[in-house]
Design a protein around this ligand. Structure first.
Ligand code: XIL
Length: 333
């Protein structure tokens, strides 16, 4: 309700798989999700490695379960992602796949058929992450991938055009983790270059998905403050995106507290301060249409499985603790 008053929709990623303390099987956790959210997104269940056990089969089971949950609780559904430009997160069989005598055509057919099948199965999805993380943060150029190598750099636009044809009513999103801070400057620039090219070529794209994994990336340097210089650069980035006529979404918000104090009260306060600063600035943009967290409670956060804290303590990156008690981050939000 608070989000709606601000003209945005609020939601969370929900995963069926591996859990670290808060499970979808827990009715209290499901009730909290339904109570707090207007929409959900599958954490992994729409990815190739779950949907595509082999080149010629689909397993819609896990994604169907989440879609049924959304329908039962009256929640909207986002889709993540039709193409993730990271082979380590794609279908395992892809690396050994034989594309035959006409590999370019075969790869394109595989991508197009995937997009058609998945969008047709989930017509209720209101926004699709058509392409995820295709910019290499080190170079600002397109990442090298198996499908991309066969199809060429046009793979991005092919995916958007196909998604538009298959799901004409859905909002089409380019999603990435470019962040604030100097370390992410090349990444931001690369994303802008990609968006400019797509717009110039008339590609149907509606918004940029800002993942919003703040506090430092999985392996990169922890970032505990959002300095004035960071804010200036980040605004300049958002202004460019807005200037292209694109909307904004925060698609995967969480605050990595890897290097924040061990003391829980101090840590929760720092998480809330950094998260609040970031959201405060994002909410200055009326182009911001949705805010989704990547896990609603700490025990459901993927960050528990990434680079650990030096003291080994669990991280506290989400609005609720693992006993489903509200934390300062929720108040900040
Ligand atoms: C993560 C999931 O949370 C993990 O469970 C999985 O093992 C790997 O992917 N950016 C994205 C998301 O776009 O898909 C990632 O999700 C987190 C980073």
């Amino acid at each position: 309700a608070l989000a709606r008053r601000k003209g945005v929709r609020f939601g969370t990623a929900v995963g069926l798989g591996e859990t670290r303390g808060n499970s979808f099987d827990d009715p209290a956790f499901r009730a909290l999700i339904a109570h707090e959210c207007g929409l959900i997104v599958a954490e992994n269940e729409h990815k190739w490695y779950v949907l595509r056990p082999s080149a010629d089969s689909y397993d819609f089971g896990p994604a169907d379960r989440l879609a049924a949950f959304a329908a039962e609780r009256g929640l909207g559904l986002r889709g993540h992602t039709l193409l993730w430009s990271r082979d380590e997160f794609s279908a395992k069989w892809l690396a050994a796949h034989d594309f035959g005598p006409r590999p370019r055509a075969a790869a394109e057919r595989m991508l197009v058929e995937h997009i058609r099948a998945v969008t047709a199965r989930y017509p209720q999805v209101d926004s699709w992450d058509v392409v995820n993380e295709t910019i290499d943060p080190a170079t600002g150029e397109l990442r090298d991938t198996i499908l991309g190598r066969q199809i060429g750099p046009e793979i991005v636009e092919i995916a958007f055009h196909e998604a538009k044809a298959a799901a004409p009513k859905a909002r089409l999103i380019y999603n990435d983790y470019m962040n604030f801070g100097d370390e992410e400057a090349v990444h931001r620039k690369g994303v802008l270059k990609l968006l400019e090219r797509l717009k110039a070529r008339g590609v149907p794209i509606d918004a940029l998905g800002v993942q919003g994994h703040i506090g430092g990336g999985v392996d990169s340097t922890p970032v505990e403050r959002f300095t004035a210089a960071d804010q200036r650069d980040w605004r300049a980035f958002l202004d460019e995106v807005r200037g292209m006529g694109l909307d904004l979404l925060i698609t995967e918000f969480d605050v990595n507290c890897r290097a924040m104090p061990a003391d829980l009260a101090r840590r929760d306060a720092e998480v809330a301060a950094l998260g609040g600063d970031f959201l405060g600035m994002m909410l200055d943009y009326r182009e911001l249409k949705q805010v989704l967290v990547w896990g609603l409670a700490d025990g459901a956060s993927w960050l528990q499985g990434t680079t650990p804290r030096a003291d080994g303590l669990p991280k506290r990156p989400t609005p609720y603790d693992d006993r489903l008690r509200s934390k300062p981050l929720r108040e900040a939000m």
